[in-house]
Design a protein around this ligand. Structure first.
Ligand code: ATP
Ligand code: MG
Length: 427
């Protein structure tokens, strides 16, 4: 299938300059060249530089084998089984170096395909062969350190200029090989403001279910890339449009499907907008907040029968959160520390309903207060009955100790709470 007629875009005709690459990437490219190997920047690094964006990471492709890469650099580690790769560098400055891969056929010791899915892909090849196993044409441009030109076998440079996201090869086959490519299509289309070309787009609706076969750990990584891209809201709407949200968050989708524009939808959209705002202003984000937004309603649904059976509220929230996470984990693995944080945020939602006595003051001191308060603010946008609470917790944070004491409400524990005068329905 390899086509040797590459378009070469010489240095003078493109905008990639070495000064916009990381020092470590340049070191790796020159290091390989000096050792007599071919070395190219490839993938998102080339794509983003051509678009005038700052690349998230720099990937290098070479004709050196992983072992040869290891021999070339002192600070090199070999990783991966499915794709054997070399990592050069330390900490944040790791450059991923991949050896050119050959065509997938015929299957042999180095390549393993099951039901059309690539399980192992370690047959090394040359650059012309490497091109065809990449996903989108705009991700298959090679910046050659030898003469600073961009090598293009698949018309990726034109697609990039036109803003078109196009899979290389036959889309249905390529999605079967690796269903995660469907998520990548959405991610790049949203992030780069590109249009998904018709033939690349059409099969997604029918093949979205293939994601249920992907390892939950890999899906967790993809979810972070999708929702921490700075365009989480748009990504969410797009994933739902293509039917890709259901395999990622089955319980959430079941609830959203029932309530088209209702409270759960508003809550999620507000949470995602808030994540996008935080990223835009350079603030840190945690996956716990995303999972809190997605699992709040499933948790409520699981909690209702527990409360009916007389389980105390806090205990019910904890048990219902565990239940929601155990279902979620069948699709996407969520590291324990985030699940614990979500549980704390949920339990605190109940505590935030109490604005009297020492207990309220202690809530303010809770290490997870800030996250829980942020979550309450989001809920309050979606549910008016909570805005009184949101305002009260906003105000009390600005008070000194005496002011805080003065704000405390008379003990709600006695009659008020039982009658549930101001108590919103959900907790
Ligand atoms: P970004 O790093 O901005 O998320 P990227 O395109 O660099 O985007 P990576 O996951 O870093 O994405 O992958 C680097 C390159 O490897 C891609 O550009 C693409 O050429 C190739 N690639 C990655 N994942 C796949 C895949 N699932 N199928 C085919 N090719 C892939
Ligand atoms: Mg990359």
């Amino acid at each position: 299938m390899a086509d040797s007629r590459a378009t070469i875009i010489p240095r003078a005709e493109h905008c990639i300059s070495r000064s916009s690459m990381s020092e470590q990437a340049i070191k790796v490219l020159y290091g390989l060249k000096k050792a007599g190997f071919q070395a190219c920047l490839v993938g998102g690094g080339v794509r983003d530089l051509l678009l005038g964006l700052e690349p998230k990471d720099f990937d290098v492709a070479t004709d050196a084998s992983p072992e040869q890469v290891k021999e070339t650099f002192r600070n090199c580690r070999l990783i991966g089984r499915r794709f054997r790769l070399a990592h050069v560098g330390y900490g944040r400055n790791i450059i991923e170096v991949a050896t050119f891969r050959a065509n997938l056929e015929p299957e042999g010791d180095d390549v393993h395909v099951e039901n059309g899915r690539i399980i192992r892909d370690n047959a090394f090849g040359n650059i012309e062969e490497d091109v065809w196993r990449r996903d989108f044409t705009v991700n298959a441009l090679y910046y050659d350190i030898k003469n600073f030109s961009v090598i293009d076998y698949v018309n990726g440079y034109d697609d990039l200029k036109q803003g078109v996201l196009r899979l290389i090869g036959e889309p249905t086959e390529r999605y079967h090989e690796d269903p995660v490519r469907m998520l990548r299509a959405i991610r790049f289309a949203v992030k780069l403001g590109m249009r998904i070309e018709e033939k690349t787009e059409a099969p997604i609706f029918e093949l979205a279910h293939l994601l249920t076969d992907i390892s939950p750990a890999r899906l967790f990584e993809e979810i972070l890339k999708l929702f921490h891209s700075g365009k989480a809201l748009q990504t969410f709407e797009s994933l739902r449009h293509y039917g890709l949200f259901a395999p990622l968050f089955p319980q959430t989708e079941a609830i959203l499907a029932e309530e088209a524009e209702g409270f759960p939808h508003t809550l999620i959209c507000e949470a995602l907008k808030s994540t996008d705002r935080r990223i835009a202003s350079g603030k840190p984000v945690t996956p716990a907040f995303l999972f809190a937004a997605m699992l709040w309603e499933p948790m409520q649904a699981a909690m209702a029968p527990m409360l009916e059976q007389g389980m105390p509220a806090i205990q019910a929230i904890q048990a219902a959160t565990d239940q929601a996470f155990s279902k979620q984990r069948q699709a996407v693995s969520v590291p324990r520390r985030f699940a614990i944080m979500v549980k704390e945020i949920f339990v605190l939602q109940a505590r935030l309903m109490h604005r009297s006595g020492k207990r309220a003051l202690r809530t303010l001191e809770h290490p997870r207060f800030r996250a829980a308060y942020d979550f309450l603010l989001i809920r309050a946008i979606a549910d008016d009955s909570l805005s009184e609470y949101a305002q009260w917790w906003t105000k009390i944070q600005d008070c000194d100790n005496a002011g805080r004491e003065a704000m405390l409400l008379p003990n709600e524990n006695k009659k008020g709470r039982r009658r549930g005068r101001h108590k919103p329905k959900s907790i």
